[in-house]
Design a protein around this ligand. Structure first.
Ligand code: FES
Length: 106
Protein backbone atom coordinates (compact mmCIF):
# COMPACT_ATOMS: atom_id res chain seq x y z
CA UNK A 1 0.00 0.00 0.00
CA UNK A 2 1.54 3.25 -1.03
CA UNK A 3 0.99 6.13 1.35
CA UNK A 4 2.65 9.43 0.54
CA UNK A 5 3.29 11.69 3.49
CA UNK A 6 4.30 15.32 3.13
CA UNK A 7 7.52 15.96 5.01
CA UNK A 8 7.18 19.76 4.95
CA UNK A 9 3.71 20.28 6.44
CA UNK A 10 2.98 22.55 8.15
CA UNK A 11 4.77 24.78 5.66
CA UNK A 12 5.95 28.20 6.83
CA UNK A 13 5.48 27.18 10.43
CA UNK A 14 8.09 26.75 13.16
CA UNK A 15 6.90 23.15 13.41
CA UNK A 16 7.49 22.46 9.73
CA UNK A 17 8.11 18.76 9.23
CA UNK A 18 6.50 17.74 12.49
CA UNK A 19 3.42 16.35 10.76
CA UNK A 20 5.33 13.72 8.83
CA UNK A 21 7.35 12.62 11.84
CA UNK A 22 4.23 12.21 13.96
CA UNK A 23 2.24 10.39 11.28
CA UNK A 24 5.18 8.05 10.60
CA UNK A 25 5.06 6.93 14.19
CA UNK A 26 1.30 6.47 14.06
CA UNK A 27 1.42 4.15 11.04
CA UNK A 28 4.77 2.48 11.74
CA UNK A 29 3.36 -0.85 12.90
CA UNK A 30 1.04 -1.20 9.91
CA UNK A 31 1.69 -3.03 6.65
CA UNK A 32 1.96 0.10 4.62
CA UNK A 33 4.68 1.36 2.31
CA UNK A 34 5.36 4.99 3.18
CA UNK A 35 7.07 7.44 0.87
CA UNK A 36 7.99 10.90 2.03
CA UNK A 37 7.60 13.70 -0.44
CA UNK A 38 8.60 17.38 -0.17
CA UNK A 39 5.09 18.65 -0.95
CA UNK A 40 1.76 17.31 -2.15
CA UNK A 41 0.46 20.66 -3.36
CA UNK A 42 -2.10 20.85 -0.59
CA UNK A 43 -0.53 23.70 1.33
CA UNK A 44 -1.28 26.13 2.88
CA UNK A 45 -3.62 23.56 4.42
CA UNK A 46 -1.50 21.37 6.66
CA UNK A 47 -1.55 17.63 7.15
CA UNK A 48 -1.43 16.43 3.56
CA UNK A 49 -1.16 12.79 2.57
CA UNK A 50 -1.96 10.89 -0.61
CA UNK A 51 -2.63 7.39 -1.82
CA UNK A 52 -0.79 6.52 -4.99
CA UNK A 53 0.06 3.49 -7.04
CA UNK A 54 1.21 2.47 -10.51
CA UNK A 55 -1.43 3.33 -13.08
CA UNK A 56 -3.74 4.75 -10.46
CA UNK A 57 -4.75 8.33 -9.73
CA UNK A 58 -3.19 10.10 -6.80
CA UNK A 59 -5.84 10.76 -4.15
CA UNK A 60 -4.98 13.48 -1.67
CA UNK A 61 -6.39 14.19 1.77
CA UNK A 62 -5.77 17.37 3.78
CA UNK A 63 -6.14 18.35 7.43
CA UNK A 64 -4.98 14.90 8.50
CA UNK A 65 -3.68 14.31 12.01
CA UNK A 66 -2.15 11.40 13.89
CA UNK A 67 -5.61 10.47 15.18
CA UNK A 68 -6.53 9.61 11.59
CA UNK A 69 -3.95 6.83 11.24
CA UNK A 70 -6.45 3.97 11.45
CA UNK A 71 -8.97 5.42 9.01
CA UNK A 72 -6.13 6.33 6.69
CA UNK A 73 -4.84 2.77 6.68
CA UNK A 74 -8.37 1.55 6.02
CA UNK A 75 -8.57 3.90 3.04
CA UNK A 76 -5.18 2.71 1.79
CA UNK A 77 -6.34 -0.91 1.83
CA UNK A 78 -9.52 -0.05 -0.06
CA UNK A 79 -7.56 1.99 -2.58
CA UNK A 80 -5.08 -0.83 -3.02
CA UNK A 81 -7.86 -3.27 -3.89
CA UNK A 82 -9.41 -0.99 -6.50
CA UNK A 83 -8.65 0.89 -9.70
CA UNK A 84 -7.99 3.93 -7.54
CA UNK A 85 -10.65 6.45 -8.42
CA UNK A 86 -13.00 7.34 -5.57
CA UNK A 87 -16.20 5.67 -6.69
CA UNK A 88 -14.21 2.51 -7.46
CA UNK A 89 -13.69 2.28 -3.70
CA UNK A 90 -15.61 3.61 -0.75
CA UNK A 91 -13.80 6.51 0.87
CA UNK A 92 -14.27 6.03 4.63
CA UNK A 93 -16.82 8.46 6.01
CA UNK A 94 -14.24 9.92 8.37
CA UNK A 95 -12.13 11.07 5.45
CA UNK A 96 -14.66 11.93 2.76
CA UNK A 97 -14.87 15.62 3.58
CA UNK A 98 -11.08 15.94 3.57
CA UNK A 99 -10.53 14.51 0.11
CA UNK A 100 -9.00 17.51 -1.65
CA UNK A 101 -7.63 16.25 -4.95
CA UNK A 102 -7.80 13.37 -7.41
CA UNK A 103 -5.02 13.47 -9.98
CA UNK A 104 -5.12 10.92 -12.81
CA UNK A 105 -1.86 9.74 -14.33
CA UNK A 106 -1.13 11.01 -17.81
S1 FES B 1 3.98 21.57 2.36
FE1 FES B 1 2.75 19.83 2.73
S2 FES B 1 1.49 19.77 0.95
FE2 FES B 1 2.82 21.42 0.55
Amino acid sequence: MPLLICRTCPRDDPGSGSFGVALDEAVSSADVRVRHVPCLGGCPNAGNVALDGPGKPRVRFSHIGVGDADVLLDAARRYDDSAGFPGDWDVPAGLADRLTAVTPKR
